[in-house]
Design a protein around this ligand. Structure first.
Ligand code: ATP
Length: 228
């Protein structure tokens, strides 16, 4: 492997080379469960964070790498005045036409993957103690199963999710309930979790839980090193 981040980028075509280099944590949870809150706290503690939702936004922002293909496939009508993907318009389209979702995902998924690999390479080169992949639909997607060492699920009751998302995103309740229904059920997600982070209390309580999680992962890393 090359030794600096400038010439590391895109040498890898997938993430399998990461196995055994550092604990690989998958972080998921339903809409509004608190994935970002947890990953922000872990990031402050020194974890390497690769957030696929953030990447999805970056590539569809003005001048984002997905914009030319989106414009070509869907037309400039699906871009806003700044040249970013018009999310509301696209959401309405893919909701009405499942084949449009497939077309969009055929553009975005390979680019998200490419960017995920790039960011993971840079973080590993920086020497982070472990990597956290924030993937909202990790369980639904299937493609992460072989890679992740530990699956962390952020959990809170659905009513808490609904209230938080309505407040944060100014969405009506039926819209939030519709998104929630389209995701894996809470029960199935919890059944798959190696570690559950409860997030129905205050931010202070979450902070305590996340600190505990961080220590646990560092211990896993120590155990990995001493057994290798
Ligand atoms: P999404 O799935 O929509 O990306 P998410 O799982 O990343 O959401 P966050 O964005 O972290 O969830 O949290 C959703 C909302 O709930 C945010 O407005 C956040 O500030 C708030 N929130 C998260 N955790 C708590 C908490 N413990 N107490 C109060 N509010 C919280």
């Amino acid at each position: 492997m090359a030794s600096n981040s400038a010439n590391l980028v895109s040498e890898q075509s997938d993430l399998s080379w990461l196995k055994g280099r550092a604990p690989l944590i998958g972080l998921t949870g339903g809409i509004g469960s608190g994935k970002t809150a947890v990953s922000d706290l872990l990031g402050k503690l020194g974890a390497g964070i690769v957030d696929t939702d953030v990447i999805a936004h970056q590539i569809t922002a003005p001048k984002g790498i997905a914009i030319p293909a989106i414009e070509q496939q869907f037309g400039a009508n699906y871009l806003d005045a700044n040249g970013a993907l018009d999310r509301d318009k696209m959401r309405a389209l893919v909701f009405a036409k499942p084949e449009a979702r497939k077309t969009l995902e055929a553009i975005t998924h390979p680019l998200i993957r490419q960017e995920t690999i790039k960011q993971a390479e840079v973080l590993i080169a920086k020497g982070v103690p472990y990597l956290v992949f924030v993937v909202p639909l990790l369980i639904e997607s299937g493609s992460w199963q072989g890679l992740i060492d530990y699956l962390v699920v952020v959990d809170c009751p659905e009513e808490v999710q609904i209230t938080r998302v309505m407040q944060r995103s100014n969405l009506p309740r039926p819209e939030v309930e519709r998104i929630l229904k389209a995701q894996t059920s809470r029960k199935d997600r919890l059944a798959r979790a190696d570690i559950v982070i409860e997030n129905q209390g205050s931010f202070e309580e979450l902070d305590t839980e996340v600190n505990r999680l961080h220590q646990k992962i560092l211990q896993i890393k120590k155990d990995q090193l001493s057994s290798s």
